[in-house]
Structure formats: structure tokens, C-alpha cells
Design a protein around this ligand. Sequence first.
Ligand code: ZN
Ligand code: ZN
Ligand code: ZN
Ligand code: ZN
Length: 399
Amino acid sequence: MRPPLACVLSTVATLALAVAQEPAAPAPPSCRKCESAGVLVCKEHKAELLALERAVERCSVAIGCKRCGGTLAIDCPNCERPETVSDLASRGVALRDWLLARHEAVGRFCKTPASIQYLATAHADLAFGLEGAMVDKRKLDQHQRMHLYGERVEATRRRFCEVFQLVDADFPVPADDASPRLALHMFADPRDMRELSPRLTGIGAMGTNIKLTGGIPVWCMIADDRSMKDDVDVHRVVVHNVVHLLLSNLLPAREIGPTGEGWVDEGIAHWFEHEVDGRCAAYCVEEATLMPGTNWRNGRYRVGIRQLADEGKLRRFVESYVKNSDELDLEENAHAYAWVDYLMATQGGPKLIEFVRRLKARVPQRDAMQAVFGFGPLAMDERFAAWVKLSYPAKETGR
Ligand SMILES: [Zn+2]
Ligand SMILES: [Zn+2]
Ligand SMILES: [Zn+2]
Ligand SMILES: [Zn+2]
């Protein structure tokens, strides 16, 4: 015989109440010291530094912390939480293994391995040997400055993706011959640059600025104080070269500078560089390597190009547009910037990157221009000159 429904319900309710009241396992005693988290924040990292460390994935200086080993947390002495202890320990081991691998790849070949610090951000791995510097009237030490560059690299990538409306899927997935991560090496000692750049890029030790582009983006630079007097000069060079790496890494991964599309590669790199402080001074040409600090009209590209337009002395697009990056002279670099600036302003970033994609797929420039912009190379000069006179200042403004 079935029991009455009301009776069944009441039994179920009683059982449910019993289950709710009976704890499944003894709850850990609440701990006021750690608010029952089981860990405390490591006090060795003061407020501002703690925020810097939390903004990155890994930092060699934090890993050197004797109390936390870079985990930024220590086991709470007031409560027993074995799973927290083992989690902290395994995080500590992973951080030490990473640091060891970075030392094996970079530091052990440097004159003073301890002078190189390492940082991993969301999209970049940075080996940093530059000393501290004054930045915006603040003295930063080497460690703070490395974090600043980590953030500047991330900011450059964010801006690049914003302007061209790109997402992670536009870059390669990690594989043996591809990585979306940017490997950046910034040295202060010329000996470290000579020793490391061939090892890291497979490219000879010439120059102050060496990059391996395409599927695996690697860049080595030496902060040459003849061409990089202030931190802002280093900043521009970093933005310029990170953009080269991103452009080549963008799918289909291929560098366009050495295959007759130099103005596109240099123009886009200068365009982002120009956003730092309205000047350009980073060059990927031998002329600038042989004469460090050399520049075109003090890097004031917009005023310089406007003056050429007023004098009727602008270069003809068809005479430069099939040159490689290293064949462009300084004045052509300024034109490359302004041609890109013109296309950004009149066509927009997404169309410009569509043009780049076609070049990477080896579509001839004239066909790609016609298809994406609706005009060919011969129609460039007239439109460009008119736009420059409307858009660029005739005199240097306060900036
Ligand atoms: Zn506790
Ligand atoms: Zn750090
Ligand atoms: Zn610590
Ligand atoms: Zn360049």
C-alpha cells in the first residue's frame, strides 16, 4: 500500500533538513589572519611593486624573493591547509624552472648574467639588461623600467589590434615553427648583443637592431646612447620594432619588408612610433646604423612632408613603392609614414590591413591597391599631395 502523499513529502523534508544540518566534512576553522584563504600576501613587495608583479605572468626579480619565490603569497602560519601548501610549492617550482630556462637561453651567454632580468607578460617574453632611467621626471630602477617596457609592449599590441581590428585568431597558434609570443631582448652591453643576436635570431651580428620575423618573432637591440639619448628614444624604437614583429607574425606569417613592399612595413612601423610623441627616429636602414642619431628633419615627419608638398618636392610614389625596407633613404621613410597616414585617414585601418594581407599572400601591389583602395599606384601622388596640404601643419606646433 502506498503511503499518503503528505506523509512522503514530510519524510523527504525531514531528510533534507537532516542532510543540510549534518556537515559533509569538518569545516576548516575560520582564520582571521588570512580570512581563511590559507595564504597571506608576501610583504616583501610593497604596494606599487605588488601591482606591477600582479600585472605580469612572471618576473625574475620577484622569483628572487626569499620569502615567496615569486608566488607573491606565503603559507598562513595560523591554519593548516595542505592543498594550499602543495599548490604554492608547485607554483614556486614552475617559476624556478622558467628562470633556469631563461638563463640557459640568454643569461649564460652574457658578460654579467646577473645583470639581465626577465619578464613574461600576456604576449611577450622580455630579457632586459638596460639600466634604470628618468621617465616622466621619475627615476626608475632597472626592475621598474623592465615592467614599464613589458606594459609598453602590451600597450603597443593592444593599439595595433585596435587600429586594425584584430583578435588573437589573427596570429599563429604555438607550434614548432610558429609562436604568437614576442621574444624581445634589450641589451646595454655591445658584447652581449654581439654574442646573443646570432644565437637568438640566426642572423649575423651586424647592427644595433636585429629581428627574426615571420612565424617566430624575435628581436634583439642594444640601447646605443648616440641614437637613444633619453628613455623616449628607446620607447620609440621598441614600438617601431614590436610593430614590425606583429605585422610579420600576423597571418599569413611573412615579413613584407625585404620583398619589395618596404614602404608598407616601414610606414606602418613609423605610424605607431609617431604616436609616442609626434616624432619618428627609428630606422631599419644601414644609413642610420652607420651614423647613429641621424634623422630626417628632427623626426618631425608631418611638418617636413608638408613643407615638401608646399615646395612641390614630394617624392613620386612609383619611384619608391617597390623598394625593400633597407633601400629606403631617410626621406623615403618619412614619405612611407605619410603614405600610410594618408591611407589610415582616408581608407581606415581594417582596409589597410586587408591590403597587407594580400601582399603577404603575394598579390602584386598594384592589384592589391586597386582591389582594396580602388585606385592604383599612378593615382597616389595627386590625391596624397592634396591631402597633405589640408591635413599637415606648415609649421612645428608646440608639441
Ligand atoms: Zn590563516
Ligand atoms: Zn618584477
Ligand atoms: Zn615575495
Ligand atoms: Zn623599421
